[in-house]
Ligand binder design. Structure first.
Ligand code: AMP
Ligand code: ZN
Length: 466
Protein backbone atom coordinates (compact mmCIF):
# COMPACT_ATOMS: atom_id res chain seq x y z
CA UNK A 1 0.00 0.00 0.00
CA UNK A 2 1.33 3.43 -0.94
CA UNK A 3 0.65 6.69 0.85
CA UNK A 4 1.61 10.18 -0.26
CA UNK A 5 3.61 11.55 2.66
CA UNK A 6 3.46 15.34 2.99
CA UNK A 7 6.72 15.17 4.94
CA UNK A 8 8.76 13.67 2.09
CA UNK A 9 6.48 14.88 -0.74
CA UNK A 10 6.56 11.37 -2.14
CA UNK A 11 4.34 8.35 -2.40
CA UNK A 12 5.87 5.82 -0.06
CA UNK A 13 5.22 2.19 0.72
CA UNK A 14 3.24 2.04 3.95
CA UNK A 15 5.13 0.07 6.58
CA UNK A 16 3.52 0.22 10.03
CA UNK A 17 5.73 0.49 13.08
CA UNK A 18 4.11 -2.58 14.58
CA UNK A 19 3.17 -5.20 11.97
CA UNK A 20 -0.57 -5.44 11.41
CA UNK A 21 -1.39 -2.35 13.46
CA UNK A 22 -1.92 1.30 12.56
CA UNK A 23 -1.85 4.13 15.06
CA UNK A 24 -3.54 7.10 13.46
CA UNK A 25 -4.33 10.58 14.77
CA UNK A 26 -6.64 12.98 12.94
CA UNK A 27 -7.18 16.59 13.99
CA UNK A 28 -10.83 16.95 14.81
CA UNK A 29 -13.24 19.86 14.98
CA UNK A 30 -13.38 22.84 17.28
CA UNK A 31 -16.75 22.22 18.85
CA UNK A 32 -18.38 25.65 18.82
CA UNK A 33 -20.80 25.05 15.97
CA UNK A 34 -22.33 22.44 13.68
CA UNK A 35 -19.66 21.24 11.30
CA UNK A 36 -19.89 22.17 7.64
CA UNK A 37 -19.50 19.75 4.78
CA UNK A 38 -15.99 21.08 4.09
CA UNK A 39 -15.00 19.67 7.48
CA UNK A 40 -17.19 16.72 6.51
CA UNK A 41 -14.98 16.02 3.51
CA UNK A 42 -11.93 15.67 5.76
CA UNK A 43 -13.79 13.43 8.22
CA UNK A 44 -15.16 11.23 5.40
CA UNK A 45 -11.74 10.98 3.71
CA UNK A 46 -9.98 9.75 6.84
CA UNK A 47 -12.88 7.51 7.81
CA UNK A 48 -12.40 5.91 4.39
CA UNK A 49 -8.64 5.58 4.93
CA UNK A 50 -9.33 3.87 8.21
CA UNK A 51 -12.03 1.58 6.80
CA UNK A 52 -9.80 0.62 3.89
CA UNK A 53 -6.90 -0.21 6.18
CA UNK A 54 -9.24 -2.37 8.22
CA UNK A 55 -10.44 -4.00 5.00
CA UNK A 56 -6.79 -4.81 4.24
CA UNK A 57 -6.49 -6.51 7.59
CA UNK A 58 -4.91 -3.88 9.81
CA UNK A 59 -6.07 -3.19 13.33
CA UNK A 60 -6.51 0.59 13.34
CA UNK A 61 -6.34 2.67 16.49
CA UNK A 62 -8.06 5.78 15.27
CA UNK A 63 -7.92 8.88 17.47
CA UNK A 64 -9.69 12.11 16.55
CA UNK A 65 -9.72 14.92 19.08
CA UNK A 66 -12.23 17.59 19.96
CA UNK A 67 -10.76 21.05 20.46
CA UNK A 68 -12.98 22.25 23.29
CA UNK A 69 -10.99 25.24 24.52
CA UNK A 70 -9.78 28.12 22.36
CA UNK A 71 -10.62 31.73 21.45
CA UNK A 72 -13.58 30.76 19.25
CA UNK A 73 -15.05 28.56 21.97
CA UNK A 74 -14.71 31.32 24.57
CA UNK A 75 -16.24 33.96 22.29
CA UNK A 76 -19.20 31.78 21.32
CA UNK A 77 -19.88 30.68 24.92
CA UNK A 78 -19.91 34.33 26.00
CA UNK A 79 -22.33 35.23 23.21
CA UNK A 80 -24.64 32.39 24.21
CA UNK A 81 -24.33 33.10 27.93
CA UNK A 82 -23.22 29.53 28.70
CA UNK A 83 -19.97 28.04 29.92
CA UNK A 84 -17.30 26.81 27.54
CA UNK A 85 -17.89 23.32 28.95
CA UNK A 86 -21.62 23.49 28.19
CA UNK A 87 -20.89 24.71 24.67
CA UNK A 88 -18.44 21.84 24.12
CA UNK A 89 -20.86 19.23 25.49
CA UNK A 90 -23.60 20.45 23.19
CA UNK A 91 -21.59 20.50 19.98
CA UNK A 92 -19.87 17.21 20.71
CA UNK A 93 -23.35 15.67 20.89
CA UNK A 94 -24.27 17.39 17.65
CA UNK A 95 -21.02 16.22 16.06
CA UNK A 96 -21.88 12.58 16.77
CA UNK A 97 -25.38 12.99 15.35
CA UNK A 98 -24.07 14.34 12.04
CA UNK A 99 -21.04 12.06 11.85
CA UNK A 100 -23.24 9.01 12.49
CA UNK A 101 -25.65 10.21 9.81
CA UNK A 102 -22.69 10.47 7.42
CA UNK A 103 -21.87 6.86 8.28
CA UNK A 104 -18.54 7.87 9.80
CA UNK A 105 -17.36 5.11 12.09
CA UNK A 106 -16.87 6.04 15.72
CA UNK A 107 -13.20 6.63 16.54
CA UNK A 108 -11.33 4.36 18.92
CA UNK A 109 -11.06 7.48 21.10
CA UNK A 110 -12.26 11.09 20.86
CA UNK A 111 -10.19 12.88 23.49
CA UNK A 112 -11.16 16.38 24.59
CA UNK A 113 -8.36 18.85 25.20
CA UNK A 114 -9.80 19.90 28.58
CA UNK A 115 -9.55 16.32 29.82
CA UNK A 116 -5.77 16.33 29.36
CA UNK A 117 -4.78 19.50 31.17
CA UNK A 118 -2.46 17.77 33.66
CA UNK A 119 -0.68 15.92 30.88
CA UNK A 120 -0.40 19.12 28.83
CA UNK A 121 1.12 20.97 31.79
CA UNK A 122 3.65 18.16 32.16
CA UNK A 123 4.45 18.42 28.44
CA UNK A 124 5.05 22.18 28.75
CA UNK A 125 7.22 21.64 31.84
CA UNK A 126 9.33 19.08 30.00
CA UNK A 127 9.90 21.50 27.14
CA UNK A 128 10.97 24.26 29.55
CA UNK A 129 13.27 21.84 31.41
CA UNK A 130 14.90 20.77 28.16
CA UNK A 131 15.45 24.39 27.18
CA UNK A 132 12.97 24.50 24.28
CA UNK A 133 10.42 26.79 25.88
CA UNK A 134 10.40 29.86 28.10
CA UNK A 135 7.91 31.64 30.30
CA UNK A 136 7.03 35.33 30.16
CA UNK A 137 4.44 36.68 32.62
CA UNK A 138 2.32 33.55 32.69
CA UNK A 139 2.60 32.77 28.98
CA UNK A 140 4.87 29.99 27.80
CA UNK A 141 6.39 30.10 24.33
CA UNK A 142 8.10 27.47 22.28
CA UNK A 143 11.48 28.73 21.07
CA UNK A 144 11.18 27.77 17.45
CA UNK A 145 14.78 28.28 16.33
CA UNK A 146 15.96 25.71 18.87
CA UNK A 147 14.43 23.04 16.67
CA UNK A 148 16.78 22.81 13.73
CA UNK A 149 14.28 20.99 11.55
CA UNK A 150 11.51 23.58 11.88
CA UNK A 151 9.75 24.00 8.53
CA UNK A 152 10.43 20.47 7.30
CA UNK A 153 6.75 19.58 6.87
CA UNK A 154 5.64 22.71 5.05
CA UNK A 155 8.90 23.01 3.13
CA UNK A 156 9.92 26.41 4.50
CA UNK A 157 13.07 27.56 6.21
CA UNK A 158 13.43 29.57 9.38
CA UNK A 159 14.82 32.70 7.67
CA UNK A 160 11.88 32.95 5.27
CA UNK A 161 9.45 32.40 8.09
CA UNK A 162 11.14 35.02 10.25
CA UNK A 163 11.04 37.51 7.39
CA UNK A 164 7.36 36.72 6.84
CA UNK A 165 6.22 37.51 10.36
CA UNK A 166 8.41 40.53 11.17
CA UNK A 167 5.45 42.92 11.12
CA UNK A 168 3.71 41.01 13.88
CA UNK A 169 6.30 41.78 16.58
CA UNK A 170 5.25 40.79 20.06
CA UNK A 171 7.45 42.23 22.79
CA UNK A 172 7.09 39.20 25.00
CA UNK A 173 8.47 36.73 22.46
CA UNK A 174 12.19 36.24 21.91
CA UNK A 175 11.45 35.75 18.23
CA UNK A 176 8.29 36.53 16.26
CA UNK A 177 8.03 32.92 15.08
CA UNK A 178 7.86 31.55 18.62
CA UNK A 179 4.40 30.30 19.46
CA UNK A 180 2.37 30.00 22.65
CA UNK A 181 2.06 26.59 24.24
CA UNK A 182 0.48 27.91 27.46
CA UNK A 183 -1.61 31.08 27.66
CA UNK A 184 -2.02 33.29 30.67
CA UNK A 185 -5.63 33.78 31.78
CA UNK A 186 -7.38 36.91 30.53
CA UNK A 187 -10.32 38.30 32.53
CA UNK A 188 -13.43 36.17 32.16
CA UNK A 189 -11.63 33.24 30.54
CA UNK A 190 -11.77 29.68 31.85
CA UNK A 191 -8.40 28.69 33.31
CA UNK A 192 -6.53 25.95 35.11
CA UNK A 193 -3.86 26.16 37.76
CA UNK A 194 -0.32 25.68 36.51
CA UNK A 195 3.27 26.39 37.59
CA UNK A 196 2.95 29.63 35.55
CA UNK A 197 -0.28 30.77 37.17
CA UNK A 198 -3.86 30.39 35.94
CA UNK A 199 -4.05 29.72 32.24
CA UNK A 200 -4.98 27.40 29.41
CA UNK A 201 -3.19 25.33 26.78
CA UNK A 202 -2.37 26.53 23.29
CA UNK A 203 -3.99 24.72 20.38
CA UNK A 204 -0.93 22.96 18.97
CA UNK A 205 0.20 21.42 22.23
CA UNK A 206 -3.10 19.68 22.83
CA UNK A 207 -2.76 17.48 19.73
CA UNK A 208 0.89 16.68 20.43
CA UNK A 209 -0.03 15.70 23.95
CA UNK A 210 -3.11 13.59 23.20
CA UNK A 211 -1.42 11.78 20.31
CA UNK A 212 1.48 10.93 22.62
CA UNK A 213 -0.75 9.86 25.51
CA UNK A 214 -3.10 7.70 23.48
CA UNK A 215 -0.89 6.38 20.70
CA UNK A 216 2.74 6.66 21.83
CA UNK A 217 5.91 8.55 20.97
CA UNK A 218 5.98 7.80 17.27
CA UNK A 219 2.69 7.24 15.52
CA UNK A 220 2.12 5.78 12.07
CA UNK A 221 -0.14 8.37 10.50
CA UNK A 222 -1.01 11.92 11.45
CA UNK A 223 -3.70 13.52 9.34
CA UNK A 224 -5.91 16.55 8.86
CA UNK A 225 -7.08 19.08 6.32
CA UNK A 226 -4.55 20.83 4.07
CA UNK A 227 -4.85 24.09 6.04
CA UNK A 228 -3.34 22.38 9.07
CA UNK A 229 0.10 21.75 7.53
CA UNK A 230 1.25 25.16 8.66
CA UNK A 231 1.47 26.23 11.39
CA UNK A 232 -0.50 23.57 13.30
CA UNK A 233 1.26 20.40 12.23
CA UNK A 234 4.65 22.07 11.86
CA UNK A 235 4.35 23.19 15.48
CA UNK A 236 3.13 19.79 16.63
CA UNK A 237 6.25 18.21 15.13
CA UNK A 238 8.55 20.78 16.78
CA UNK A 239 7.10 20.29 20.26
CA UNK A 240 6.83 16.53 20.08
CA UNK A 241 10.22 15.84 18.57
CA UNK A 242 12.00 18.23 20.95
CA UNK A 243 10.40 16.49 23.85
CA UNK A 244 11.02 12.87 22.89
CA UNK A 245 13.96 13.15 20.51
CA UNK A 246 12.07 10.74 18.24
CA UNK A 247 10.10 11.24 15.02
CA UNK A 248 6.52 12.22 15.86
CA UNK A 249 4.71 10.61 12.92
CA UNK A 250 5.97 8.44 10.07
CA UNK A 251 3.37 9.50 7.50
CA UNK A 252 1.60 12.84 7.25
CA UNK A 253 -1.59 12.91 5.22
CA UNK A 254 -3.53 16.02 4.22
CA UNK A 255 -6.83 16.20 2.43
CA UNK A 256 -7.57 18.98 -0.03
CA UNK A 257 -10.36 21.49 0.44
CA UNK A 258 -13.95 21.28 -0.46
CA UNK A 259 -14.54 24.51 -2.35
CA UNK A 260 -17.58 26.46 -3.27
CA UNK A 261 -17.31 28.69 -6.35
CA UNK A 262 -13.61 27.86 -6.30
CA UNK A 263 -13.14 29.22 -2.81
CA UNK A 264 -12.44 27.19 0.31
CA UNK A 265 -15.64 26.49 2.18
CA UNK A 266 -15.15 28.00 5.62
CA UNK A 267 -16.97 29.47 8.55
CA UNK A 268 -15.09 32.74 8.32
CA UNK A 269 -16.01 33.30 4.66
CA UNK A 270 -19.60 32.40 5.49
CA UNK A 271 -19.86 30.34 2.31
CA UNK A 272 -20.69 27.04 3.97
CA UNK A 273 -23.48 24.50 4.23
CA UNK A 274 -23.71 22.53 7.42
CA UNK A 275 -23.61 18.76 7.09
CA UNK A 276 -26.95 18.75 8.84
CA UNK A 277 -28.60 20.86 6.14
CA UNK A 278 -27.25 18.76 3.31
CA UNK A 279 -28.31 15.58 5.13
CA UNK A 280 -31.91 16.79 5.04
CA UNK A 281 -31.85 16.44 1.27
CA UNK A 282 -29.29 13.73 0.53
CA UNK A 283 -28.47 10.57 2.39
CA UNK A 284 -24.99 9.58 3.42
CA UNK A 285 -24.41 7.33 0.38
CA UNK A 286 -24.89 10.30 -1.99
CA UNK A 287 -22.71 12.63 0.07
CA UNK A 288 -19.92 10.09 0.51
CA UNK A 289 -19.95 9.02 -3.13
CA UNK A 290 -19.69 12.69 -4.07
CA UNK A 291 -16.83 13.39 -1.63
CA UNK A 292 -14.91 10.31 -2.73
CA UNK A 293 -15.48 10.83 -6.45
CA UNK A 294 -12.33 12.98 -6.50
CA UNK A 295 -8.91 12.03 -5.17
CA UNK A 296 -8.48 13.25 -1.60
CA UNK A 297 -5.47 15.41 -2.55
CA UNK A 298 -7.42 17.23 -5.26
CA UNK A 299 -9.71 20.12 -4.48
CA UNK A 300 -13.37 19.40 -5.03
CA UNK A 301 -16.04 21.91 -5.95
CA UNK A 302 -19.34 21.63 -4.19
CA UNK A 303 -22.62 22.27 -5.99
CA UNK A 304 -26.14 20.91 -5.82
CA UNK A 305 -25.97 19.94 -9.50
CA UNK A 306 -22.99 17.72 -8.75
CA UNK A 307 -24.84 16.15 -5.85
CA UNK A 308 -27.83 15.53 -8.12
CA UNK A 309 -25.73 13.80 -10.76
CA UNK A 310 -24.02 11.76 -8.04
CA UNK A 311 -27.46 10.75 -6.82
CA UNK A 312 -28.42 9.58 -10.30
CA UNK A 313 -25.21 7.54 -10.54
CA UNK A 314 -25.82 5.99 -7.15
CA UNK A 315 -29.33 5.00 -8.23
CA UNK A 316 -27.79 2.92 -11.02
CA UNK A 317 -25.78 1.04 -8.41
CA UNK A 318 -28.76 0.53 -6.13
CA UNK A 319 -30.94 -0.59 -9.04
CA UNK A 320 -28.45 -3.34 -9.62
CA UNK A 321 -28.54 -4.24 -5.92
CA UNK A 322 -32.36 -4.29 -6.02
CA UNK A 323 -32.37 -6.52 -9.10
CA UNK A 324 -29.97 -8.98 -7.55
CA UNK A 325 -32.04 -9.08 -4.36
CA UNK A 326 -35.17 -9.82 -6.37
CA UNK A 327 -33.41 -12.46 -8.44
CA UNK A 328 -32.24 -14.16 -5.25
CA UNK A 329 -35.89 -14.52 -4.25
CA UNK A 330 -36.97 -15.78 -7.63
CA UNK A 331 -34.40 -18.21 -8.96
CA UNK A 332 -34.56 -21.90 -8.11
CA UNK A 333 -31.09 -23.15 -9.06
CA UNK A 334 -28.97 -23.10 -5.89
CA UNK A 335 -25.55 -24.33 -6.87
CA UNK A 336 -23.15 -22.62 -9.19
CA UNK A 337 -23.37 -24.00 -12.73
CA UNK A 338 -20.34 -25.25 -14.59
CA UNK A 339 -20.55 -22.49 -17.20
CA UNK A 340 -20.66 -19.79 -14.50
CA UNK A 341 -17.32 -20.63 -12.93
CA UNK A 342 -15.32 -18.55 -15.37
CA UNK A 343 -17.63 -15.62 -14.87
CA UNK A 344 -17.03 -15.69 -11.11
CA UNK A 345 -13.31 -15.49 -11.82
CA UNK A 346 -13.95 -12.59 -14.16
CA UNK A 347 -15.92 -10.49 -11.67
CA UNK A 348 -13.42 -11.25 -8.94
CA UNK A 349 -10.85 -9.50 -11.10
CA UNK A 350 -12.73 -6.27 -10.39
CA UNK A 351 -11.80 -6.73 -6.74
CA UNK A 352 -8.13 -6.96 -7.71
CA UNK A 353 -8.43 -3.78 -9.77
CA UNK A 354 -10.23 -1.98 -6.96
CA UNK A 355 -7.51 -2.96 -4.47
CA UNK A 356 -4.83 -1.85 -6.91
CA UNK A 357 -6.47 1.61 -7.13
CA UNK A 358 -7.07 1.95 -3.42
CA UNK A 359 -3.58 0.70 -2.58
CA UNK A 360 -2.27 3.54 -4.70
CA UNK A 361 -2.69 6.34 -2.14
CA UNK A 362 -6.42 5.72 -1.73
CA UNK A 363 -7.47 6.51 -5.27
CA UNK A 364 -11.18 6.42 -4.51
CA UNK A 365 -12.05 8.14 -7.80
CA UNK A 366 -10.65 5.24 -9.85
CA UNK A 367 -11.91 2.66 -7.36
CA UNK A 368 -15.44 4.02 -7.82
CA UNK A 369 -15.03 3.77 -11.61
CA UNK A 370 -14.12 0.10 -11.12
CA UNK A 371 -17.33 -0.44 -9.14
CA UNK A 372 -19.40 1.14 -11.94
CA UNK A 373 -17.69 -1.07 -14.55
CA UNK A 374 -18.30 -4.13 -12.45
CA UNK A 375 -21.97 -3.33 -11.92
CA UNK A 376 -22.46 -2.76 -15.66
CA UNK A 377 -20.90 -6.16 -16.30
CA UNK A 378 -23.09 -7.85 -13.68
CA UNK A 379 -26.23 -6.18 -15.10
CA UNK A 380 -25.63 -7.60 -18.54
CA UNK A 381 -24.56 -11.07 -17.47
CA UNK A 382 -26.75 -12.06 -14.56
CA UNK A 383 -30.44 -12.83 -15.00
CA UNK A 384 -33.20 -15.24 -14.00
CA UNK A 385 -31.21 -18.14 -15.51
CA UNK A 386 -28.28 -17.56 -13.15
CA UNK A 387 -27.72 -19.66 -10.05
CA UNK A 388 -28.35 -18.34 -6.57
CA UNK A 389 -24.71 -18.84 -5.72
CA UNK A 390 -23.57 -16.58 -8.55
CA UNK A 391 -26.17 -13.94 -7.76
CA UNK A 392 -25.23 -13.93 -4.10
CA UNK A 393 -21.54 -13.78 -4.97
CA UNK A 394 -22.14 -10.70 -7.15
CA UNK A 395 -24.27 -8.97 -4.55
CA UNK A 396 -21.72 -9.65 -1.82
CA UNK A 397 -18.93 -8.32 -4.02
CA UNK A 398 -20.74 -5.03 -4.68
CA UNK A 399 -21.27 -4.59 -0.96
CA UNK A 400 -17.71 -5.65 -0.16
CA UNK A 401 -16.20 -2.98 -2.43
CA UNK A 402 -18.67 -0.37 -1.17
CA UNK A 403 -17.69 -1.13 2.43
CA UNK A 404 -14.43 0.83 2.70
CA UNK A 405 -16.14 3.80 1.04
CA UNK A 406 -19.01 3.54 3.53
CA UNK A 407 -21.61 3.12 0.77
CA UNK A 408 -23.83 0.47 -0.87
CA UNK A 409 -24.71 -1.33 2.36
CA UNK A 410 -28.46 -0.67 2.23
CA UNK A 411 -30.96 -3.23 1.08
CA UNK A 412 -33.34 -1.97 -1.61
CA UNK A 413 -35.71 -4.80 -0.75
CA UNK A 414 -35.79 -4.03 2.98
CA UNK A 415 -36.24 -0.33 2.32
CA UNK A 416 -39.09 -1.08 -0.03
CA UNK A 417 -40.69 -3.45 2.47
CA UNK A 418 -40.45 -0.79 5.15
CA UNK A 419 -41.96 1.82 2.89
CA UNK A 420 -44.85 -0.47 1.99
CA UNK A 421 -45.50 -1.39 5.61
CA UNK A 422 -45.65 2.31 6.40
CA UNK A 423 -48.17 2.98 3.62
CA UNK A 424 -50.30 0.06 4.79
CA UNK A 425 -50.28 1.45 8.31
CA UNK A 426 -51.31 4.85 7.02
CA UNK A 427 -54.13 3.20 5.09
CA UNK A 428 -55.35 1.36 8.19
CA UNK A 429 -55.32 4.62 10.12
CA UNK A 430 -57.25 6.37 7.32
CA UNK A 431 -59.87 3.60 7.41
CA UNK A 432 -60.20 3.88 11.18
CA UNK A 433 -60.85 7.57 10.72
CA UNK A 434 -63.31 6.75 7.96
CA UNK A 435 -61.19 8.72 5.52
CA UNK A 436 -62.12 6.46 2.62
CA UNK A 437 -60.71 8.78 -0.02
CA UNK A 438 -57.22 8.61 1.49
CA UNK A 439 -57.49 4.87 2.11
CA UNK A 440 -58.38 4.30 -1.56
CA UNK A 441 -55.66 6.62 -2.73
CA UNK A 442 -53.04 4.65 -0.81
CA UNK A 443 -54.41 1.33 -2.09
CA UNK A 444 -54.24 2.63 -5.68
CA UNK A 445 -50.73 3.90 -5.20
CA UNK A 446 -49.66 0.49 -3.93
CA UNK A 447 -51.45 -1.18 -6.84
CA UNK A 448 -49.51 1.00 -9.28
CA UNK A 449 -46.36 -0.35 -7.72
CA UNK A 450 -47.55 -3.92 -8.16
CA UNK A 451 -48.60 -4.46 -4.54
CA UNK A 452 -51.96 -6.00 -3.78
CA UNK A 453 -53.50 -6.06 -0.33
CA UNK A 454 -55.49 -8.86 1.21
CA UNK A 455 -57.50 -8.57 4.40
CA UNK A 456 -56.98 -11.67 6.53
CA UNK A 457 -58.03 -12.51 10.08
CA UNK A 458 -54.39 -11.81 11.10
CA UNK A 459 -54.53 -8.35 9.58
CA UNK A 460 -53.56 -6.93 6.23
CA UNK A 461 -51.16 -8.97 4.13
CA UNK A 462 -49.48 -7.77 0.96
CA UNK A 463 -47.93 -9.43 -1.99
CA UNK A 464 -46.11 -8.31 -5.06
CA UNK A 465 -47.59 -9.19 -8.43
CA UNK A 466 -45.81 -8.52 -11.66
P1 AMP B 1 -11.88 23.12 12.27
O1 AMP B 1 -13.10 22.77 13.07
O2 AMP B 1 -12.00 24.39 11.50
O3 AMP B 1 -10.61 23.06 13.10
O4 AMP B 1 -11.72 22.00 11.12
C1 AMP B 1 -11.78 20.61 11.32
C2 AMP B 1 -11.14 19.89 10.16
O5 AMP B 1 -11.79 20.23 8.92
C3 AMP B 1 -9.66 20.24 9.94
O6 AMP B 1 -8.96 19.06 9.62
C4 AMP B 1 -9.67 21.19 8.76
O7 AMP B 1 -8.49 21.14 8.03
C5 AMP B 1 -10.83 20.62 7.95
N1 AMP B 1 -11.45 21.60 7.01
C6 AMP B 1 -11.86 22.85 7.27
N2 AMP B 1 -12.40 23.44 6.16
C7 AMP B 1 -12.32 22.53 5.16
C8 AMP B 1 -12.70 22.51 3.76
N3 AMP B 1 -13.29 23.55 3.16
N4 AMP B 1 -12.46 21.38 3.06
C9 AMP B 1 -11.88 20.31 3.64
N5 AMP B 1 -11.49 20.25 4.94
C10 AMP B 1 -11.71 21.34 5.71
ZN1 ZN C 1 -4.45 19.01 15.75
Amino acid sequence: MKIFNTLTRKKEEFIPIKPGEVNMYVCGPTVYNYFHIGNGRTFIVFDTVRRYMEYRGYKVNFVQNFTDIDDKMIKKANEEGITVKELGDKFIDEYYKDADALNIERATANPRATEFIDEIIQFVKDLIDKGYAYEVNGDVYFETKKFGQYGKLSGQNLEDLQAGVRIDVDERKKDPIDFAIWKNQKPGEPAWESPWGMGRPGWHIECSCMAYKLLGETIDIHAGGYDLIFPHHENEIAQSECRTGKPFAKYWMHSAFLNINNQKMSKSLNNFFTARDILKKYDSDVIRLFMLSGHYRTQLNFSEELLESTKAGLERLYNAIGNLENLLDEVKEEKIKENEKDYIKKIDEYRDKYIEKMDDDFNTADAIAVIFDMVRDINTNIDADSSKELIKHSLDLIRELGGPLGILQNSVKENLDEEIEKLIEQRQQARKEKNWALADKIRDELKDRGIVLEDTPQGVRWKKVN
